[in-house]
Design a protein around this ligand. Structure first.
Ligand SMILES: *Cc1c(COP(=O)(O)O)cnc(C)c1O
Length: 324
């Protein structure tokens, strides 16, 4: 099972609060940490079904696309990418890395006004391929990824045992939500009670709860794990970013936080997911009565920093000018 360590965090301090960070970012260099968990079961499925082609759906700068493409190629599975956009963007950030991995002839651009139909198109394309194929939706948010995603919960139980402590609060961000759903369901299976604070980066609470319910149904039908709805949603708290609210957007405060976190803790965070989570956790912890043992999940995603060199350089320049 994938295991990542925890250690104290200095970026946020509050009396009566012991704040730790979980280093899922250390699970891999090229592959975002929590995604590696999902892929453990997804790749197992791909192997057992002898799948030879995968059709991946997502944005040009998606962490999932760049991460999963690596592991598919390693397994001898051809990735075909259905990316959102009217034309190819500049070779920057994750799209640059994705283009190193996947030749242009296997990348298809789906116009923004046709994006609603992308899953149907991907399915139609997959059916015409000569060998066994699989369509992988955005974020690899699919039932085949759930067993792997559950390991985040069990791995935190192991951190608790190793450090002889119990967490009262956990902070995690959600894109498609599967990583957070794995955490919630993983804990419920082991009857661990904890307050889970979820930063919704790309959707609303109602959508998240709908997905939680459907993944729970899957667990129930396949593994006979039944949890009452009231129990399932007990202790869940939802937030939106307190700055750069829309998914994928950034601003000066986010880049400043990246530098602060790096200097306080020696941790590199990306501006789309992890830096926003740490900013939201800091704001929430400092402005509420939250105390006790707190864990913040660092899901990884650091490679995305490659796409923001100019913004980071100009934020550094601001800091240098202020201090001189
Ligand atoms: C993909 C990703 C997420 C979101 O995971 P979901 O399971 O889609 O919610 C969060 N953080 C990072 C760094 C990611 O790469």
């Amino acid at each position: 099972m994938l295991h990542s360590r925890i250690h104290p965090l200095k970026f946020i301090t509050k009396p009566a609060a012991q704040i730790y960070i979980k280093r899922d970012d250390e699970l891999g260099f090229g592959v975002t940490g929590t995604k590696l968990r999902k892929y453990q079961s997804l790749l197992h499925y791909i192997k057992t079904q002898a799948i030879k082609h995968a059709v991946l759906i997502g944005g040009a700068y998606s962490n999932n696309i760049v991460s999963l493409s690596q592991l598919l190629i390693e397994q001898g599975v051809v990735p075909h990418l259905f990316l959102r956009g009217d034309k190819p963007p500049a070779h920057k950030g994750n799209f640059l890395l994705t283009s190193l991995l996947v030749p242009t002839k296997h990348i298809y651009w789906i116009k923004r006004d046709e994006w609603e139909d992308v899953e149907n198109r991907a399915k139609a394309f997959a059916e015409k391929l000569p060998e066994a194929s699989l369509v992988i939706p955005e974020g690899a948010c699919m039932v085949e990824s759930l067993p792997g995603a559950l390991s985040l919960g069990t791995d935190i139980l192991r951190n608790e045992q190793e450090h002889d402590l119990l967490f009262d609060h956990i902070f995690i961000e959600a894109g498609t939500g599967l990583a957070a759903i794995g955490l919630i369901l993983g804990f419920k299976i082991y009857r661990k009670t904890v307050q889970i604070h979820i930063l919704l980066l790309a959707g609303h609470e109602a959508e998240f709860l709908k997905k939680l319910e459907s993944f729970h149904q899957y667990l129930f039908f396949n593994y006979q794990v039944k949890i009452e709805w009231d129990e399932l949603i007990q202790g869940l708290h939802f937030y939106h970013p307190n700055t750069a609210v829309s998914f994928g957007t950034t601003n000066k405060q986010v880049f400043d936080a990246i530098i602060q976190i790096a200097r306080h803790d020696g941790i590199l965070t990306d501006p789309i997911y992890s830096a926003k989570l740490l900013m939201m956790a800091k704001h929430t912890i400092l402005t509420s009565d939250i105390v006790g043992n707190i864990l913040i999940i660092h899901s990884g995603g650091g490679l995305a920093l490659m796409g923001f060199q100019e913004q980071l350089a100009s934020q550094l320049q601001c800091i240098i000018e202020k201090s001189s």
